[in-house]
Design a protein around this ligand. Sequence first.
Ligand code: GUN
Length: 294
Amino acid sequence: MTTPATYRELNGVDCGKAVRARIAEAAAQVKSKRGHVPHLAAVLVGDDPASQTYVGSKVKACEEVGFRSTLVRRPADISEAALLELVDQLNNDPAVDGFIVQLPLPKHINEERVTLAIAPGKDVDGFHPQNLGRMMLGLPGYLPATPNGIVELLKHYQVPTEGKHCVVVGRSNIVGTPMAILMSRNTSPGNCTVTLAHSRTKDLPAITRQADILIVAIGKPNFITAGMVKPGAVVVDVGIHRVDDATRKKGYCICGDVDFDAVAPACAWITPVPGGVGPMTVTSLLLNTLKAAS
Ligand code: GUN
């Protein structure tokens, strides 16, 4: 006999739809008031299948909310100088409100140099140090897409955060570190006491078991197991992996950083993978593009 599930899903597809409906209304207003259609450009270098999928979903999402989108494709052997030249063109193109350069880039290109070259006013990924610094100080700017998408998800489902202990696992520049800052700010959602755990953290299970809200962005499939989560916790899984699985027709399954089947029954709330954080990252990018166009 299986135990009936008591957890609730933080569903990024449903939440994304609700937020996108509001974005579409706002985009229609920008168009009727100023005759301008918000315009996102995405640069895709090479033909990495995962990056193609991500960029494809970003372009599709633009269509859905009535934005204009431009996909700029370049071969994997483009020189760094030529890519920087393209970034400069987009920085200076008045028809483009905001743009992203999909990561990762081929090894011969320095990602930091490319990120720094994007004009902060068009950096709708929120990766530029100026935007990250503004976020740190609580000043207006572009918030990094994935952390802000998670904030939107918690807001949508009215998950209480004030005074809670939030443990973030993973300290990347684009997810873990900004996530920890957003959850500690004097905002709602926010006002958490935050622990940022990483690869050198000692006795990680003892730390994760203290989490009222556990946000996992470690990039390892099924890394968080049942014994690492406090009963009644809110679990947000940023990971997305394709793992070989001979029992599936396709020969693989999609899983996150959290062993969902083992962990979910003990949770109050949990994000599914796919359909949790992923759609919210795209939605957050649209929010930033709308801001850029407004
Ligand atoms: N690669 C993985 N996630 C992202 C993202 O949010 N933005 C960009 N530009 N590249 C990514």
